[in-house]
Design a protein. Structure first.
Length: 248
């Protein structure tokens, strides 16, 4: 699905003054998130069950077959990558806006690195399982705030006047939409407000409050969480089936 329609504006400013480099050593990507090691361990069951050979299926096969996940007809890899699930995000949703910002040539390379780290960590955190959705989203937002901070720093090199540059608007616009989509009980709303205040940015200056509060019924954060969880369950079920050499 093309994401070109998710942005409200396009950047016509000449960005030649930005040096396209990898993130500097002084601005490393965040430490690996909890659950970032999501390897399923590979196939360790090739030797069968210690001498049983072909006498019959592993005793767990009946149990495994009885709890086959729905909509899981074929083996699939574990979810991974910054763009996983993007074809499911509605135009104008928070994750669609964020991916659009990430792929723009005018986006600061350092900010792009933080967005990529945030998206990868978000996916890996969901795959790991066992973490509340609010905790997953909050860690995601904290990494994204680093991206917008870096974008502001790098935009200073070509800023004219005191207004926001288009890359800043795209980053903050994605953050604002994601904040609106977040679970109402999570503490990010207060964190986001404090961060904006610390950065000296007024949300209403560029993103009308009516849009911040207008929740899209198609919540991209919930869509991603449900999709990644479902695909992870399917992938791990097939791994167990193959390890136990069960017949389907």
């Amino acid at each position: 699905m093309s994401q070109n329609s998710v942005a409200d504006t396009t950047d016509t400013r000449n960005e030649d003054t930005i040096e396209v480099t990898h993130p500097r050593p002084s601005d490393p990507e965040p430490d690996p998130w909890p659950g970032s090691d999501v390897s399923n361990g590979g196939n360790h069951g090739g030797g069968g069950d210690g001498g049983q050979g072909s006498t019959g299926p592993h005793p767990r096969c009946t149990e495994l077959l009885a709890r086959k996940p729905p909509q899981c007809p074929n083996p699939i890899p574990l979810p991974g990558g910054p763009e996983y699930g993007r074809e499911r995000y509605p135009n104008g949703s928070g994750l669609a806006k964020l991916l659009y910002y990430r792929e723009q040539p005018s986006t600061s390379p350092r900010a792009r690195g933080q967005v990529t780290a945030a998206l990868n960590g978000h996916t890996n955190f969901i795959v790991a399982g066992g973490y509340p959705v609010n905790q997953i989203n909050e860690q995601f937002f904290r990494t994204l705030s680093n991206a917008c901070s870096l974008q502001t720093q790098d935009s200073d090199s070509y800023r004219l006047g005191i207004g926001l540059t288009n890359p800043e608007r795209l980053c903050l616009g994605a953050m604002g939409r994601l904040q609106a989509e977040a679970e109402p009980t999570m503490s990010f709303t207060q964190f986001f407000a404090q961060w904006l205040n610390r950065e000296g940015i007024s949300l209403s200056d560029y993103f009308p409050q009516t849009l911040v509060n207008a929740l899209n019924p198609a919540n991209s954060l919930r869509i991603k969480y449900d999709h990644v969880t479902q695909e992870t369950t399917c992938s791990r079920w097939w791994t167990q089936i193959q390890e136990k050499q069960c017949s389907i």
